[in-house]
Design a protein around this ligand. Sequence first.
Ligand code: F6P
Length: 556
Amino acid sequence: MNPASRTGLSQRPQWTALADHRVALGEVSLRQLFADDPDRGERYTLRVGDLHIDYSKQLVTDETLTLLRELAEATDVAGWRDAMYRGERVNTTENRAVLHTALRAPRGAVVEDGGPGGPNVVPEVHQVLDRMADFADQVRSGAWTGATGRPLRNIVNIGIGGSDLGPAMAYEVLRAFSDRDLTVRFVSNVDGADLHESVRDLDPAETLFIVASKTFTTIETVTNATSARRWLLDGLGAGPEAVARHFVALSTNAEKVTEFGIDPANMFAFWDWVGGRYSYDSAIGLSLMIAIGPERFREMLDGFHLVDEHFRTAPPEENVPLLLGLLGIWYGNFHDAQSHVVLPYSHYLSRFAAYLQQLDMESNGKRVQRDGEPVAWQTGPVVWGTPGTNGQHAYYQLLHQGTKLIPADFIGFARPVEELPDGLAAQHDLLMANFFAQTQALAFGKTAEEVRAEGVPEELVPHRTFPGNRPTTTILADELTPSVLGQLVALYEHKVFVQGAVWGIDSFDQWGVELGKVLAKEVEPLLTAKDGERSSDSLDSSTAALVARYRALRGR
Ligand code: F6P
């Protein structure tokens, strides 16, 4: 790793070369680029595993790509990547290794925490996976019973952030692979409505709570888990001994798990070298494993591993996460793009963008470099998106004709999931026709001449003209399987890594979430105290007035 890579990014010759190149390119015309190079649509494609990546509709030339790769080289992306895979403590502000890649390493692989000579973490990973598989099989078969002797058919995961978004997203994605006799729900919000709506129609005698929290100190999760325990024991009319049959924990913190009242024998561990937002392929995925079964879960891990190996070994010209990361830098740093939209043309991926929001924004939403110096360049984008075709009837207007440049990833599949009845599977062609049409319209638009040629009255011509040159990447796979999901997630994980390495930031801490948590602890007693017991004098006048209004509305 080259420490010099951490300073003065925007002064680097590779950076200024890109800035100059951007000016020289001017307004890129994708129509022109395609006309100049009839093979562009073929040439600008890559393959990783089952994923076919078409980046021909990006505002780039061969020179752009070369310059971007030179920037990656100058900032030692490969050095940082190798250090991560070697188990070195690349999460510098927390002095931790970053080893989510070990979670999907095959049995027998060696990955050393802290770098060469450190303890090999792979055997432990597989021990936990084996225990999870054993437990999942017991729940799925009905061999694991609740306190009344009935099998547990309702699985409720309680967690937030990385302890919720990953398994919740993946469960949605892989519903068609799940045991349809199980009811699987995810509770995250400390708003009591979330737990209420998730359990109100469930029978406690058949309900398993999975309390997922890396730290086991997260107030939302501990509060919801405490309420869930009350709901269970009240519903069963049972004593605390019933908890052991209905509660398991997923955590790194055995002490807190025990303190909460969950038997450590019912705890599935993971480790501080797994970041929360990189954790759903650890024990945090237990709810998913119960839903889809250990075999399918293993297939998903293999999909992750395939892309891990690609990222580690593929040359820069063929390295897909590197390419996607650099394209993001091209737009964020050289076109002033503020956001990035992810548009899956699969209803099963409805929560994918929400998952990516934490992955990307918690990782790269940073304003200082590793050495604490403020960055003088843009870092992570706002990430958003919903499945097509719904978005088309909501915000695509802005994508096509608005004033903002919003690079988009289109994710689609050649085949609908097998489970769909024939009549519904037949709709897939229409879905995918929209998928292809949208990238076409965004790239090539419709000129004023073309609009006029249709006989549109002159005063409407500007309104009906599409400028085009809106960049997209198309990610196409045969079918949405557990392995393909693993491949997709690993792709985005490593894309985020590439960008963090170029920007010189620590993508693996999340200090920005702390202040709000601390203040909430201070504010809560001010909301609940009896009149006169607590003073809001220390608050700013806005917050003090809001607290007073809230108290008045609550009759306090
Ligand atoms: O507040 C942010 C965060 O720390 C995330 O990084 C994490 O995924 C989430 O909270 C939940 O944390 P835990 O798993 O420790 O409950």
